[in-house]
Design a protein around this ligand. Structure first.
Ligand code: 13P
Length: 256
């Protein structure tokens, strides 16, 4: 019952004019019939969102969009931050929370990630909660407990219905991000399965059946097929390959 989901995380790339061009190309090259089988979303920088909103609304595009981060607060003296209400007003359906780049470069810990997850849901935005281990943790064989504990911490205080209705989980092993080194089918499935079992344990089997668990890290059109073939991988969070219209469109079509 889980619909395949492909999310393009643009990271800090493309100005609003380039964003318009990319979304137009994706909309033009991905035939409408694919959207029945795969949800496609783009996650641009904040400065692109208004332009994309105008285009998606005006042209009635079937793809959705979201943001890459949000403040845990609704408003106030937080210079440089962008809040959940602002993103909701811009029509964002999703927001990435806890990406490893923010955990690393902005020192975001599980407690802050949890506040952001709750802020997103409070404003009706679906958090894409990112978890995953660095290389040293994998080499020590602790990748499953590490990722599951990030998941439990990120979802703290949520009700089962909220998890079921809003949460998307993304397993992104840090060593696979932007390295060209994709996790093997077995490695990715092992952790995604454990993440789903953790959700079942905490919130019930029916919730775990509904929550989408994505894989992220060097996903391309050449490896998306083997990933979505896994029982517990419902799609992908795509970085580099989401910046090229042809490649991203091909990837979405192959995931459908
Ligand atoms: P790459 O697809 O470029 O490896 O990035 C993955 C990622 O971090 C998506 O959030």
């Amino acid at each position: 019952a889980r619909k395949t989901f492909i999310a393009g995380n643009w990271k800090m790339n493309l100005n609003h004019l380039e964003a318009i061009a990319l979304v137009q190309k994706i909309a033009f090259s991905l035939p409408e019939k694919y959207y029945a089988k795969v949800d496609v979303t783009v996650l641009p920088p904040f400065t692109d969102i208004r332009s994309i909103q105008t285009m998606v609304d005006g042209d009635k595009l079937l793809l959705t969009y979201g943001a890459q981060d949000l403040s845990p607060y609704d408003s106030g003296a937080y210079t440089g931050d962008v809040s959940g209400p602002m993103l909701a007003k811009l029509g964002c359906e999703y927001v990435v929370v806890g990406h490893s780049e923010r955990r690393q470069y902005h020192h975001e810990d599980d407690e802050l990630v949890n506040k952001k997850v709750r802020a997103a849901i409070k404003h009706g935005i679906k958090p894409i909660l990112c978890v995953g281990e660095a290389l040293d943790v994998r080499e020590e064989g602790r990748h499953v407990p590490h990722s599951c504990s990030q998941l439990v911490a990120g979802l703290k205080g949520l009700k089962a219905e909220q998890v079921k209705e809003y949460v998307v989980v993304a397993y992104e092993p840090v060593w696979a991000i932007g390295t060209g080194r994709v996790a093997t089918q077995n490695d990715a499935e092992e952790v995604c399965k454990a993440l789903r079992a953790t959700i079942a344990d905490k919130y019930g089997a029916d919730v775990a059946e509904e929550v989408r668990v994505l894989y992220g890290g060097s996903v391309k059109s050449g490896n998306i097929g083997e990933l979505v073939a896994c029982d517990n991988i419902d799609g992908a969070l795509v970085g580099g390959a989401s910046l090229q219209a042809d490649e991203f469109t091909k990837l979405c079509a192959l995931a459908a």
